[in-house]
Design a protein around this ligand. Sequence first.
Ligand code: ADP
Length: 415
Amino acid sequence: MNVLVVNCGSSSVKFQVIATDKESIAKDSDRRLARGIVERVGSLSLITFSAEGRPPHKDEAPLKDHRAAVDRIIRWLVSEQARIPGVSRLADIHAVGHRVVHGGERFKASTFIDAKVVAGIEDCVELAPLHNPANLKGIRAARELFGSGVPQVAVFDTAFHSAMPETAYLYGIPYQLYRRHKIRRYGFHGTSHRYVAYRYRRMLGLAKDKVDVISVHLGNGCSACAIKKGVSVNTSMGFTPLEGLLMGTRSGDIDASIVEYLSLKEGMSLSEIDGLLNKQSGLLGLSGLTGDMRDLLAEVADNRDRRAGLAIDIFCARVRRYIGAYFADMGGAQAVLFTGGIGENSPEIRRRVCAGLDCLGLKLDARRNETLKDGGLGAITKPSSALKAYVIPTDEELLIARDACRVVSGLPLPG
Ligand code: ADP
């Protein structure tokens, strides 16, 4: 089955086409037929499309909204120019899988999209005002353009964390606020954490319930996840993606009293403070330069910039702290799994995170750590290391395609 995977952001639409079925899932042999991105939706959009094994096709076009972007993607997919094997007309796309950021307490697994599910995702807009509206635009566009004959499936970032125990998801605020407003920790990046745990168990030939790992997704957004017996039991993002690790532009954990203090001292409104904590903090706020880790590392290497160095130190210390906390939370773990743009590509950051973890039995193999980047996958610890570490490039799209295939074909979803 050819699944179109759609990931809509506020001004972008990313997609992949993945050929998958029951057999390819079992054999781990699904095929990626095409991928691409439309950026700057709403103005002169930048288009980058590529079919398997061929150089990318770049273009510019005024695409006024997400519908226009999805329309453009579909027309390219079936075009002569794309020449995707097995895809020459709309009917060759058999299902659409959508990334949806927030499923609230309602959606605990991937689900077939009907009018009720659309309404349910709309109900979660309050919880994810920046993300769910864009996801809904993608869903509506695909439903309109493909018609009712092509099934659509929603795959939620929050779903993997939906089995977290109350001890992990409740905040220490009056309980009725949870009951009344569903203020609790939800966690995000769930599909990524789920994928790296899956890839780890395939690599080692383990049963799912034998997987006790701590996964750290370090990209522009960052989160850690405690995975016990293959299930998320804790994660560092909370009610929103703001909580937890230090990120490119997000502060991560702070004392909530700072909010009122800031409003008094700086005369800022609540929404300005929210913007400050989400968009002007983290690596960017501390360094005063950039939220991009690669650029910060270059700044330290080339110019010995003190605050860039400080931002990186705080970033690494916070990752280490969460690994330690989850190690204790879980009563021990087999491995730390690094993923995301930073986790996959920066030996330096991995080295600095792992440097304090010898107390947990982690012995880094410096040479292996240096060589693993640019899509490489494997262990970065010595064979004698009690706590192992691995680099595992994430692949959320693959799980979205597989879940869409399972839902559409009536196959059971992995628990
Ligand atoms: P997103 O969370 O938006 O998907 P990514 O997972 O692509 O983002 O991660 C982006 C981050 O990864 C940026 O901070 C970028 O600088 C960092 N990054 C990418 N490659 C490297 C590298 N070789 N060394 C250090 N950081 C890198």
